[in-house]
Design a protein around this ligand. Structure first.
Ligand code: CA
Length: 219
């Protein structure tokens, strides 16, 4: 999933970026609202992490603007401990969740995943796909009791496919979800990851539709 992080504290921003990226998500990190607006125009983000006090204005104004124009993408606000009013205002302005600084990075990751699942229409983290038992919350897969280990990138691709169970996910959508601005992407990177997924999960679990993309097979 492609995540936009809007946070002007360098230490916190870097820690969040690294932790979310380690889970296989692509994170674009900006420190100002104007950069955030430009990024939002350019990319279809799966989720936004929004600090409220930024050098060029209030995060809540951005949130209200998004909701006014009918933009329903998930937003988690990041607030300081003593700003209860901010949290209430944030939820009332259309935020999906909030985290109080300083927060635990694993909790952040869990909330990001939970909000993304709700947004995709299935809050249940446990999915059964053919002979595979997929636990998205704990990132564990087993097949007939045998555990299968995936890399962060492989998980990120699987999550994108699970989000559109009967639809086609294009290579471009996967690249946009997996790689932030400025990342070097080899033209066959996605194919390589998908073929590794096939090796691990079974040859038939995802179909390649030439020139169109990939589709998860439910059978
Ligand atoms: Ca701030």
């Amino acid at each position: 999933m492609r995540v936009l992080l809007i946070e002007d504290e360098p230490g916190l921003g870097q820690a969040v970026q690294e932790h979310i990226a380690a889970a296989g998500h692509a994170v674009d990190w900006v420190l100002r609202l104007d950069d955030a607006e430009a990024s939002l125009r350019a990319v279809d983000y799966g989720l936004v992490l929004l600090d409220l006090h930024l050098p060029d204005g209030a995060g809540l104004d951005l949130l209200r603007t998004l909701r006014r124009r009918g933009d329903a993408r998930p937003v988690i606000i990041l607030t300081a401990r003593d700003q209860i009013r901010d949290r209430i205002d944030g939820l009332n302005a259309g935020a999906d969740d909030y985290l109080v600084k300083p927060f635990d990075l694993d909790e952040l990751r869990a909330r990001v995943a939970a909000v993304a699942r709700r947004y995709a229409g299935n809050p249940n983290p446990i999915v059964r796909l053919g002979t595979l038992d997929i636990d998205q919350a704990n990132r564990q897969i087993s097949q007939a009791g045998k555990r299968i280990d995936l890399t962060g990138r492989e998980w990120a691709i699987l999550e994108q496919l699970l989000r559109r169970p009967n639809g086609i996910v294009t290579k471009e959508q996967l690249e946009e979800a997996l790689y932030p601005f400025g990342a070097e992407i080899e033209s066959n990177t996605i194919e390589v990851h998908v073929s590794r997924l096939r090796k691990k999960l079974g040859r038939d679990f995802v179909t390649t539709l030439r020139g169109m993309g990939y589709r998860l097979e439910q059978a």
